[in-house]
Ligand binder design. Structure first.
Ligand SMILES: Cc1cc2nc3c(=O)[nH]c(=O)nc-3n(C[C@H](O)[C@H](O)[C@H](O)COP(=O)(O)O)c2cc1C
Length: 180
């Protein structure tokens, strides 16, 4: 098995106090030492998708594409707005559709709100269309809206941390399967 498993985490929220971003920071914090989670923090700098523009001319996106290609997997957590994925998240996916970024890439989607199911389903649909390997067992709905919206609060919740560790373990199991 590889010594270190590299995962990229992408939050679909630009809010400073985003619970989706907090959830992904918690994934980073509870990850065992052999899993390195890198959070993509430049979503606000991603330009509006335009198929006329070559992704190579947008260094931020070309770099993210390469990072995802090189990674062992991706975690995505996006808020639901008006029964859809956040526009900034979908915009990012649109940039990556015509690239190899998600082809055969193990991806887990985290849903921070049990009320929201449209965005979760839409994300799964888009990622599957992009040939990602959507990991059902790692794609979990947790409740971090309400009182558990900060990383500190999430990390103080043993049940939540256990669920995140379980989702992370799916990526370790995948690497073990690849190794045999
Ligand atoms: C304009 C707007 C539209 C929203 N639409 C929905 C919705 O359709 N369904 C839902 O469950 N939550 C909806 N919400 C609630 C957000 O998904 C929720 O506040 C979420 O926590 C935001 O994620 P963040 O904390 O990561 O920024 C909406 C919020 C806003 C501001």
């Amino acid at each position: 098995m590889k010594q270190t498993i590299h995962l990229i985490a992408i939050s679909g929220s630009l809010r400073a106090a985003s619970c989706n971003t907090a959830l992904l920071r918690a994934v980073q914090a509870v990850a065992p030492s052999q899993i390195k989670v890198t959070l993509f923090e430049q979503l606000a700098q991603v330009p509006p998708f335009n198929p006329d523009i070559d992704i190579e001319t947008v260094p931020l996106l070309a770099q993210l594409r390469d990072q995802i290609v090189a990674a062992d997997g991706v975690f995505i957590a996006s808020p639901e707005y008006a029964h859809g994925v956040s526009g900034v998240m979908k915009n990012l996916l649109d940039w990556l559709v015509s690239t190899p970024a998600f082809v055969n890439k193990p991806v887990a989607t985290l849903n921070a709100s049990p009320r929201a199911h449209h965005a979760f389903a839409a994300l799964k649909e888009s990622l599957t269309m992009m040939s990602a390997l959507w990991l059902e067992t790692a794609s979990i709905t947790v409740s971090v809206i309400g009182e558990t919206t900060t990383i500190e609060a999430i990390l103080c919740n043993p049940r939540l941390c256990a669920e995140l560790r379980k989702a992370l373990a799916v990526f370790t199991e995948l690497q073990l399967e690849v190794a045999v």
